[in-house]
Design a binder for this molecule. Structure first.
Ligand SMILES: Cc1cc2nc3c(=O)[nH]c(=O)nc-3n(C[C@H](O)[C@H](O)[C@H](O)COP(=O)(O)OP(=O)(O)OC[C@H]3O[C@@H](n4cnc5c(N)ncnc54)[C@H](O)[C@@H]3O)c2cc1C
Length: 397
Protein backbone atom coordinates (compact mmCIF):
# COMPACT_ATOMS: atom_id res chain seq x y z
CA UNK A 1 0.00 0.00 0.00
CA UNK A 2 1.25 3.52 -0.80
CA UNK A 3 1.09 5.69 2.33
CA UNK A 4 1.72 9.38 2.92
CA UNK A 5 2.48 10.54 6.45
CA UNK A 6 2.01 14.28 6.75
CA UNK A 7 4.50 15.70 9.28
CA UNK A 8 7.94 14.43 10.22
CA UNK A 9 7.72 14.38 14.02
CA UNK A 10 8.13 11.51 16.45
CA UNK A 11 4.63 10.02 15.90
CA UNK A 12 5.24 10.05 12.16
CA UNK A 13 8.44 8.03 12.56
CA UNK A 14 6.74 5.46 14.81
CA UNK A 15 3.97 5.04 12.22
CA UNK A 16 6.40 4.99 9.26
CA UNK A 17 8.79 2.44 10.77
CA UNK A 18 5.95 0.13 11.85
CA UNK A 19 4.20 0.39 8.47
CA UNK A 20 7.42 -0.06 6.47
CA UNK A 21 8.16 -3.27 8.38
CA UNK A 22 4.82 -4.52 6.99
CA UNK A 23 6.18 -3.91 3.47
CA UNK A 24 4.23 -0.74 2.74
CA UNK A 25 5.56 1.98 0.44
CA UNK A 26 5.90 4.86 2.96
CA UNK A 27 6.54 8.56 2.34
CA UNK A 28 7.00 11.12 5.15
CA UNK A 29 6.28 14.70 4.04
CA UNK A 30 7.69 17.44 6.31
CA UNK A 31 7.47 21.21 5.83
CA UNK A 32 10.72 22.03 7.69
CA UNK A 33 14.08 21.51 6.05
CA UNK A 34 14.74 18.78 8.64
CA UNK A 35 12.55 16.22 10.36
CA UNK A 36 12.13 15.73 14.14
CA UNK A 37 12.75 19.38 15.04
CA UNK A 38 10.59 19.30 18.18
CA UNK A 39 12.20 16.09 19.44
CA UNK A 40 15.54 17.89 19.74
CA UNK A 41 14.04 20.35 22.27
CA UNK A 42 12.48 17.72 24.50
CA UNK A 43 13.65 17.18 28.05
CA UNK A 44 15.92 20.23 27.73
CA UNK A 45 17.75 18.57 24.85
CA UNK A 46 18.02 15.21 26.64
CA UNK A 47 14.60 13.80 25.59
CA UNK A 48 12.58 12.37 28.43
CA UNK A 49 10.97 9.68 26.29
CA UNK A 50 9.19 7.43 28.83
CA UNK A 51 8.16 7.11 32.46
CA UNK A 52 8.18 4.14 34.80
CA UNK A 53 4.90 5.33 36.38
CA UNK A 54 2.26 4.49 33.78
CA UNK A 55 -0.75 5.27 35.97
CA UNK A 56 -3.64 6.22 33.71
CA UNK A 57 -4.10 9.50 35.64
CA UNK A 58 -1.08 10.90 33.75
CA UNK A 59 -3.06 10.81 30.48
CA UNK A 60 -5.96 13.09 29.52
CA UNK A 61 -8.64 13.53 26.87
CA UNK A 62 -11.72 15.70 26.52
CA UNK A 63 -13.36 13.09 24.29
CA UNK A 64 -16.17 11.17 25.89
CA UNK A 65 -14.50 7.78 25.98
CA UNK A 66 -12.53 5.42 28.19
CA UNK A 67 -8.89 6.46 27.76
CA UNK A 68 -7.76 2.94 28.75
CA UNK A 69 -8.99 1.75 25.36
CA UNK A 70 -5.79 3.36 24.02
CA UNK A 71 -3.48 3.68 27.01
CA UNK A 72 -3.30 0.15 28.36
CA UNK A 73 -0.72 -2.46 29.33
CA UNK A 74 -0.72 -4.09 25.89
CA UNK A 75 -0.11 -0.83 24.01
CA UNK A 76 2.49 0.44 26.49
CA UNK A 77 4.33 -2.86 25.98
CA UNK A 78 4.39 -2.08 22.25
CA UNK A 79 6.02 1.27 23.04
CA UNK A 80 8.66 -0.45 25.20
CA UNK A 81 9.34 -2.96 22.39
CA UNK A 82 9.67 -0.11 19.88
CA UNK A 83 12.42 1.49 21.96
CA UNK A 84 14.08 -1.87 22.50
CA UNK A 85 14.18 -2.47 18.74
CA UNK A 86 16.00 0.84 18.36
CA UNK A 87 18.61 -0.43 20.83
CA UNK A 88 17.65 2.19 23.38
CA UNK A 89 19.59 2.04 26.66
CA UNK A 90 17.71 4.12 29.23
CA UNK A 91 19.21 6.43 31.79
CA UNK A 92 16.52 6.46 34.50
CA UNK A 93 16.20 9.31 37.00
CA UNK A 94 13.29 9.18 39.48
CA UNK A 95 11.38 7.02 37.00
CA UNK A 96 11.99 9.43 34.09
CA UNK A 97 13.64 7.72 31.10
CA UNK A 98 16.29 9.45 28.95
CA UNK A 99 18.65 7.89 26.41
CA UNK A 100 21.87 6.87 28.15
CA UNK A 101 23.66 9.35 25.85
CA UNK A 102 21.47 12.08 27.44
CA UNK A 103 21.32 13.67 23.98
CA UNK A 104 18.01 13.93 22.11
CA UNK A 105 19.81 14.03 18.75
CA UNK A 106 21.01 10.45 19.35
CA UNK A 107 17.36 9.35 19.12
CA UNK A 108 16.84 11.46 16.00
CA UNK A 109 19.88 9.91 14.28
CA UNK A 110 18.76 6.39 15.23
CA UNK A 111 15.23 6.96 13.92
CA UNK A 112 16.57 8.44 10.68
CA UNK A 113 19.01 5.58 10.22
CA UNK A 114 16.26 2.99 10.81
CA UNK A 115 13.82 4.77 8.49
CA UNK A 116 16.39 5.02 5.69
CA UNK A 117 17.34 1.35 6.09
CA UNK A 118 13.66 0.41 5.75
CA UNK A 119 13.43 2.41 2.50
CA UNK A 120 11.11 5.10 3.87
CA UNK A 121 11.00 8.06 1.50
CA UNK A 122 11.51 11.35 3.42
CA UNK A 123 10.56 14.58 1.67
CA UNK A 124 11.47 17.83 3.48
CA UNK A 125 10.75 21.51 2.65
CA UNK A 126 7.26 20.50 1.56
CA UNK A 127 4.41 22.36 3.24
CA UNK A 128 1.29 20.30 2.53
CA UNK A 129 -1.52 22.70 1.68
CA UNK A 130 -4.39 20.43 0.77
CA UNK A 131 -5.52 16.81 0.87
CA UNK A 132 -8.39 15.82 -1.40
CA UNK A 133 -10.02 12.40 -1.61
CA UNK A 134 -10.54 11.53 -5.27
CA UNK A 135 -12.41 8.21 -5.55
CA UNK A 136 -10.27 5.74 -3.57
CA UNK A 137 -7.06 7.80 -3.64
CA UNK A 138 -5.89 10.80 -1.64
CA UNK A 139 -4.42 13.66 -3.63
CA UNK A 140 -1.73 15.32 -1.48
CA UNK A 141 -0.89 18.82 -2.65
CA UNK A 142 1.99 20.95 -1.38
CA UNK A 143 4.05 23.84 -2.62
CA UNK A 144 5.57 22.37 -5.85
CA UNK A 145 4.32 18.92 -4.84
CA UNK A 146 1.50 16.66 -5.94
CA UNK A 147 1.05 12.89 -5.56
CA UNK A 148 -1.62 10.27 -4.99
CA UNK A 149 -1.73 7.78 -2.09
CA UNK A 150 -3.93 4.87 -0.92
CA UNK A 151 -3.76 5.99 2.71
CA UNK A 152 -2.98 9.27 4.46
CA UNK A 153 -1.79 9.58 8.05
CA UNK A 154 -2.06 13.00 9.66
CA UNK A 155 0.86 13.44 12.09
CA UNK A 156 1.13 17.21 12.00
CA UNK A 157 1.15 17.84 15.76
CA UNK A 158 -0.86 20.52 17.53
CA UNK A 159 -0.74 24.30 17.88
CA UNK A 160 1.96 24.12 20.56
CA UNK A 161 5.42 25.56 20.01
CA UNK A 162 4.90 26.75 16.40
CA UNK A 163 8.63 27.53 16.11
CA UNK A 164 9.02 23.80 15.41
CA UNK A 165 6.63 23.89 12.43
CA UNK A 166 3.29 23.08 14.06
CA UNK A 167 0.44 25.31 12.91
CA UNK A 168 -2.64 23.22 13.62
CA UNK A 169 -2.90 22.20 9.95
CA UNK A 170 -4.05 18.71 10.95
CA UNK A 171 -7.10 20.14 12.72
CA UNK A 172 -8.13 21.91 9.48
CA UNK A 173 -7.74 18.70 7.46
CA UNK A 174 -9.75 16.74 10.03
CA UNK A 175 -12.50 19.38 10.13
CA UNK A 176 -12.63 19.52 6.30
CA UNK A 177 -13.22 15.74 6.30
CA UNK A 178 -16.09 16.18 8.78
CA UNK A 179 -14.36 15.55 12.12
CA UNK A 180 -15.07 17.37 15.37
CA UNK A 181 -12.14 19.25 16.86
CA UNK A 182 -12.44 19.43 20.65
CA UNK A 183 -11.44 22.87 21.96
CA UNK A 184 -7.68 23.40 21.82
CA UNK A 185 -5.97 25.00 24.83
CA UNK A 186 -2.29 25.36 25.69
CA UNK A 187 -1.13 22.76 28.22
CA UNK A 188 2.13 22.18 30.09
CA UNK A 189 2.48 25.93 30.06
CA UNK A 190 3.54 28.77 32.37
CA UNK A 191 0.87 30.54 34.46
CA UNK A 192 0.45 34.31 34.61
CA UNK A 193 -0.24 36.18 37.88
CA UNK A 194 -0.90 39.82 38.63
CA UNK A 195 0.22 40.44 42.22
CA UNK A 196 2.55 43.34 41.49
CA UNK A 197 5.44 41.63 43.29
CA UNK A 198 6.57 39.47 40.36
CA UNK A 199 9.62 41.62 39.42
CA UNK A 200 10.83 41.18 42.99
CA UNK A 201 10.65 37.36 43.05
CA UNK A 202 11.82 36.96 39.43
CA UNK A 203 14.51 34.26 39.15
CA UNK A 204 13.83 32.51 42.46
CA UNK A 205 13.44 28.72 42.47
CA UNK A 206 11.98 26.87 45.43
CA UNK A 207 10.87 23.36 46.35
CA UNK A 208 7.13 23.64 47.00
CA UNK A 209 3.76 21.95 46.98
CA UNK A 210 1.31 23.69 44.63
CA UNK A 211 -2.43 23.02 44.85
CA UNK A 212 -5.07 23.87 42.26
CA UNK A 213 -7.77 25.23 44.55
CA UNK A 214 -10.56 24.21 42.18
CA UNK A 215 -9.62 20.59 41.39
CA UNK A 216 -7.63 20.16 44.66
CA UNK A 217 -4.88 18.50 42.58
CA UNK A 218 -1.47 18.80 44.25
CA UNK A 219 1.99 18.78 42.70
CA UNK A 220 5.30 18.78 44.55
CA UNK A 221 8.51 19.99 42.91
CA UNK A 222 10.59 22.98 41.96
CA UNK A 223 8.66 26.15 41.18
CA UNK A 224 10.27 28.91 39.12
CA UNK A 225 9.06 32.38 40.05
CA UNK A 226 9.25 34.71 37.08
CA UNK A 227 8.51 38.29 36.06
CA UNK A 228 5.13 37.22 34.63
CA UNK A 229 4.12 34.57 37.20
CA UNK A 230 5.10 30.95 37.83
CA UNK A 231 6.68 28.08 35.93
CA UNK A 232 8.28 24.66 36.52
CA UNK A 233 7.12 21.07 36.06
CA UNK A 234 4.81 21.18 39.11
CA UNK A 235 3.08 24.24 37.60
CA UNK A 236 2.96 22.72 34.10
CA UNK A 237 1.19 19.65 35.46
CA UNK A 238 -1.62 21.83 36.85
CA UNK A 239 -1.83 24.09 33.80
CA UNK A 240 -4.09 21.84 31.73
CA UNK A 241 -7.18 22.23 33.96
CA UNK A 242 -6.37 25.88 34.72
CA UNK A 243 -6.11 26.82 31.01
CA UNK A 244 -9.44 25.13 30.30
CA UNK A 245 -11.02 26.91 33.30
CA UNK A 246 -9.73 30.31 32.19
CA UNK A 247 -10.97 29.66 28.65
CA UNK A 248 -14.41 29.06 30.17
CA UNK A 249 -14.19 32.26 32.25
CA UNK A 250 -14.00 30.34 35.54
CA UNK A 251 -11.86 32.03 38.19
CA UNK A 252 -8.67 30.05 38.83
CA UNK A 253 -6.53 30.16 41.98
CA UNK A 254 -3.67 28.14 43.36
CA UNK A 255 -2.03 27.80 46.75
CA UNK A 256 1.73 27.46 47.19
CA UNK A 257 3.31 25.89 50.27
CA UNK A 258 6.85 27.26 50.40
CA UNK A 259 7.66 25.19 53.50
CA UNK A 260 6.32 21.68 52.82
CA UNK A 261 8.79 20.28 55.35
CA UNK A 262 7.07 22.10 58.21
CA UNK A 263 4.05 20.90 60.24
CA UNK A 264 3.52 24.13 62.17
CA UNK A 265 5.31 27.21 60.84
CA UNK A 266 4.07 29.42 63.68
CA UNK A 267 5.72 27.15 66.29
CA UNK A 268 8.91 27.06 64.24
CA UNK A 269 9.12 30.86 63.92
CA UNK A 270 8.28 31.42 67.60
CA UNK A 271 11.07 29.04 68.58
CA UNK A 272 13.59 30.56 66.17
CA UNK A 273 12.71 34.02 67.40
CA UNK A 274 13.58 32.95 70.97
CA UNK A 275 16.99 31.78 69.73
CA UNK A 276 17.54 34.91 67.60
CA UNK A 277 15.40 37.72 69.11
CA UNK A 278 17.20 40.52 67.24
CA UNK A 279 17.14 39.08 63.73
CA UNK A 280 14.74 40.76 61.31
CA UNK A 281 12.21 38.46 59.65
CA UNK A 282 14.10 38.04 56.38
CA UNK A 283 17.27 37.13 58.23
CA UNK A 284 15.37 34.79 60.57
CA UNK A 285 13.79 32.90 57.67
CA UNK A 286 16.58 32.94 55.09
CA UNK A 287 17.75 29.48 56.16
CA UNK A 288 14.62 27.97 54.54
CA UNK A 289 13.13 30.59 52.18
CA UNK A 290 14.93 32.68 49.57
CA UNK A 291 15.30 36.26 50.84
CA UNK A 292 14.06 37.74 47.52
CA UNK A 293 10.91 35.64 47.73
CA UNK A 294 10.23 36.53 51.36
CA UNK A 295 10.85 40.19 50.61
CA UNK A 296 8.22 40.00 47.85
CA UNK A 297 5.76 38.27 50.18
CA UNK A 298 6.33 40.90 52.89
CA UNK A 299 5.72 43.67 50.34
CA UNK A 300 2.49 41.92 49.33
CA UNK A 301 1.42 41.71 52.99
CA UNK A 302 2.53 45.30 53.67
CA UNK A 303 4.80 44.15 56.52
CA UNK A 304 8.11 45.96 57.10
CA UNK A 305 11.21 43.88 56.29
CA UNK A 306 12.99 45.56 59.18
CA UNK A 307 10.72 44.18 61.90
CA UNK A 308 11.74 41.23 63.98
CA UNK A 309 9.24 38.37 64.51
CA UNK A 310 8.61 39.55 68.07
CA UNK A 311 7.76 43.07 66.88
CA UNK A 312 4.96 41.89 64.59
CA UNK A 313 1.32 42.14 65.66
CA UNK A 314 -0.44 38.80 66.12
CA UNK A 315 -2.49 39.42 62.96
CA UNK A 316 0.71 40.08 60.99
CA UNK A 317 2.31 36.90 62.34
CA UNK A 318 -0.76 34.92 61.28
CA UNK A 319 -0.80 36.49 57.81
CA UNK A 320 2.90 35.80 57.29
CA UNK A 321 2.73 32.21 58.56
CA UNK A 322 -0.28 31.62 56.32
CA UNK A 323 1.53 33.06 53.30
CA UNK A 324 4.58 30.87 53.80
CA UNK A 325 2.58 27.63 53.83
CA UNK A 326 -0.60 28.59 51.96
CA UNK A 327 0.13 31.49 49.60
CA UNK A 328 -3.06 31.88 47.58
CA UNK A 329 -2.81 33.49 44.15
CA UNK A 330 -5.33 34.13 41.39
CA UNK A 331 -4.16 32.93 38.00
CA UNK A 332 -5.10 35.53 35.40
CA UNK A 333 -3.93 33.64 32.32
CA UNK A 334 -1.47 31.24 30.79
CA UNK A 335 1.39 31.91 28.42
CA UNK A 336 0.35 31.37 24.80
CA UNK A 337 0.71 28.39 22.43
CA UNK A 338 4.15 29.80 21.49
CA UNK A 339 5.39 28.65 24.90
CA UNK A 340 3.26 25.60 25.65
CA UNK A 341 4.80 22.14 25.37
CA UNK A 342 1.56 20.52 24.23
CA UNK A 343 -2.15 21.25 23.73
CA UNK A 344 -5.25 19.76 25.27
CA UNK A 345 -8.10 19.03 22.86
CA UNK A 346 -7.82 17.97 19.22
CA UNK A 347 -9.41 15.40 16.91
CA UNK A 348 -12.28 13.79 18.82
CA UNK A 349 -11.36 10.19 19.63
CA UNK A 350 -15.00 9.05 19.47
CA UNK A 351 -14.88 9.50 15.70
CA UNK A 352 -11.90 7.17 15.28
CA UNK A 353 -11.46 3.41 15.44
CA UNK A 354 -9.32 3.21 18.57
CA UNK A 355 -7.38 0.13 17.43
CA UNK A 356 -6.21 1.72 14.19
CA UNK A 357 -6.91 5.44 14.70
CA UNK A 358 -8.65 5.37 11.33
CA UNK A 359 -11.40 7.86 10.72
CA UNK A 360 -14.91 6.41 11.05
CA UNK A 361 -15.97 9.07 8.54
CA UNK A 362 -13.36 8.70 5.76
CA UNK A 363 -11.75 5.31 5.21
CA UNK A 364 -7.94 5.13 4.95
CA UNK A 365 -7.52 8.45 6.74
CA UNK A 366 -5.65 8.03 10.06
CA UNK A 367 -4.38 10.35 12.80
CA UNK A 368 -1.53 9.97 15.27
CA UNK A 369 0.36 12.02 17.83
CA UNK A 370 -0.53 15.37 19.29
CA UNK A 371 -3.19 16.18 16.69
CA UNK A 372 -5.41 13.75 18.63
CA UNK A 373 -7.46 14.81 21.65
CA UNK A 374 -5.02 12.97 23.90
CA UNK A 375 -2.30 14.55 26.02
CA UNK A 376 -0.16 13.71 29.00
CA UNK A 377 1.61 15.17 32.00
CA UNK A 378 5.25 16.24 31.98
CA UNK A 379 7.53 13.24 32.32
CA UNK A 380 7.73 11.42 28.98
CA UNK A 381 3.98 10.85 28.62
CA UNK A 382 3.53 12.91 25.44
CA UNK A 383 6.29 11.16 23.53
CA UNK A 384 4.76 7.89 24.74
CA UNK A 385 1.42 8.99 23.24
CA UNK A 386 3.17 9.92 19.97
CA UNK A 387 4.94 6.55 19.72
CA UNK A 388 1.95 4.50 20.87
CA UNK A 389 -0.54 6.08 18.47
CA UNK A 390 2.03 5.97 15.65
CA UNK A 391 2.52 2.23 16.24
CA UNK A 392 -1.27 1.60 16.23
CA UNK A 393 -1.62 3.36 12.88
CA UNK A 394 1.47 1.66 11.41
CA UNK A 395 0.28 -1.79 12.49
CA UNK A 396 -3.05 -1.29 10.76
CA UNK A 397 -1.44 -0.55 7.39
C1 LIG B 1 10.00 22.49 24.54
C2 LIG B 1 9.31 21.17 24.56
C3 LIG B 1 9.79 20.15 25.39
C4 LIG B 1 9.13 18.92 25.43
N1 LIG B 1 9.65 17.93 26.21
C5 LIG B 1 9.04 16.71 26.24
C6 LIG B 1 9.61 15.64 26.98
O1 LIG B 1 10.71 15.75 27.55
N2 LIG B 1 8.93 14.46 27.02
C7 LIG B 1 7.74 14.27 26.34
O2 LIG B 1 7.16 13.18 26.42
N3 LIG B 1 7.21 15.27 25.60
C8 LIG B 1 7.84 16.47 25.51
N4 LIG B 1 7.31 17.46 24.73
C9 LIG B 1 6.09 17.18 23.93
C10 LIG B 1 6.45 16.32 22.68
O3 LIG B 1 7.59 16.86 22.06
C11 LIG B 1 5.30 16.30 21.66
O4 LIG B 1 4.14 15.86 22.31
C12 LIG B 1 5.62 15.36 20.49
O5 LIG B 1 6.78 15.78 19.83
C13 LIG B 1 4.46 15.35 19.51
O6 LIG B 1 4.84 14.58 18.41
P1 LIG B 1 4.02 14.67 17.05
O7 LIG B 1 4.71 13.75 16.09
O8 LIG B 1 2.58 14.48 17.28
O9 LIG B 1 4.17 16.18 16.55
P2 LIG B 1 5.47 17.07 16.27
O10 LIG B 1 6.67 16.51 16.88
O11 LIG B 1 5.06 18.44 16.63
O12 LIG B 1 5.63 16.94 14.69
C14 LIG B 1 4.70 17.45 13.77
C15 LIG B 1 5.45 17.76 12.49
O13 LIG B 1 4.50 18.05 11.45
C16 LIG B 1 5.04 19.07 10.63
N5 LIG B 1 3.95 19.71 9.90
C17 LIG B 1 2.94 20.45 10.44
N6 LIG B 1 2.12 20.89 9.45
C18 LIG B 1 2.63 20.41 8.27
C19 LIG B 1 2.25 20.54 6.91
N7 LIG B 1 1.15 21.24 6.55
N8 LIG B 1 3.01 19.95 5.95
C20 LIG B 1 4.12 19.23 6.30
N9 LIG B 1 4.54 19.08 7.58
C21 LIG B 1 3.80 19.67 8.55
C22 LIG B 1 5.73 19.99 11.62
O14 LIG B 1 6.69 20.81 10.99
C23 LIG B 1 6.34 19.01 12.61
O15 LIG B 1 7.67 18.64 12.26
C24 LIG B 1 7.96 18.70 24.64
C25 LIG B 1 7.49 19.71 23.81
C26 LIG B 1 8.17 20.93 23.75
C27 LIG B 1 7.66 22.00 22.83
Amino acid sequence: MKLAIIGGGISSFAAAITAAKNNNDVTIIEKNNKVLKKLLLTGNGKCNYFNEDQDISHYHTNSNMDIEKIINFQNITKVKNFWQDLGMIPFIKNGYYYPYSEVASSIKETLLFYATALGINIITDCDVKNIIKENTKFHVIGANYSDFFDKVIIATGSLAYPATGTTGFGYDVAADFGHTINTINPSLVQLVTNLGIEPKWNGVRSHVVVTDLKSKKKQEGEIQLTSYGISGICVFNLSRDIAIGINNSIKQSISINFAPWCKNIMDYLNKMSQNFPKRNIISLCEIFINYKLLSAILQHLKISEKSSWKELKTSEKEKLAQSITNFQIDIVGTKSFEFSQVCSGGVNLEELNLNTLESKIVSNLHFCGEVLDLDGDCGGYNITIAILTGILVGESC
